[in-house]
Design a protein around this ligand. Sequence first.
Ligand code: FMN
Length: 181
Amino acid sequence: MELVQGIRERRSIRKFKNMPVPHEVLMEIVETAAYAPSWKNTQTARYLVVEDKDVLKKIAAKECMMNFAHNVDILAGAPALVLLTTVKGYSGYERDGSFSTAKEDRWEVFDAGIAAQTFCLAAWEKGLGTVIMGIFDENKIAKNVNLPPEQQIAAIIPIGYPAAEPKAKVKKKAEELLTFI
Ligand SMILES: Cc1cc2nc3c(=O)[nH]c(=O)nc-3n(C[C@H](O)[C@H](O)[C@H](O)COP(=O)(O)O)c2cc1C
């Protein structure tokens, strides 16, 4: 798939076929996502794939989704859920532990955002649908998966073979987004 075609044709997918995602495919996707740029090449993004039905059910509970039924429904139909986590304390920091810029540790979520889109595009190229989700209770989910304390969840990404072909969302025109000085 051409790069620009992939960027333009990717959609957020919220309905999935009842088919598992092979581990070797996930490995290839993460191998590609590893090429995402990051703060001083710190590469703090990690991908924790939840496939266990009991753990998925606990995460799909409304308390973990901040009572947002829309996200509960998406997770209930997903064969796997990627927890995109970051290793804390590197992105945005100097070696002595001080912040490099006024954005302080916010470069960590910036890096996670780049990793998320790179992961989703690599998944799309493999015929897999994803949706990046931001509405969730990160502490409750972290408890359910015994997340190591040095990591935190940046986003959650259900993944699977698409069971729907949503139309493209309307996107702003370049003239509205682009300014020259
Ligand atoms: C940071 C972020 C958080 C999001 N959170 C959610 C979410 O909690 N639930 C959901 O269904 N979609 C979520 N989305 C998906 C957006 O709604 C979606 O990307 C947007 O509507 C554009 O659609 P498209 O991805 O198909 O172009 C999120 C996307 C981003 C980037």
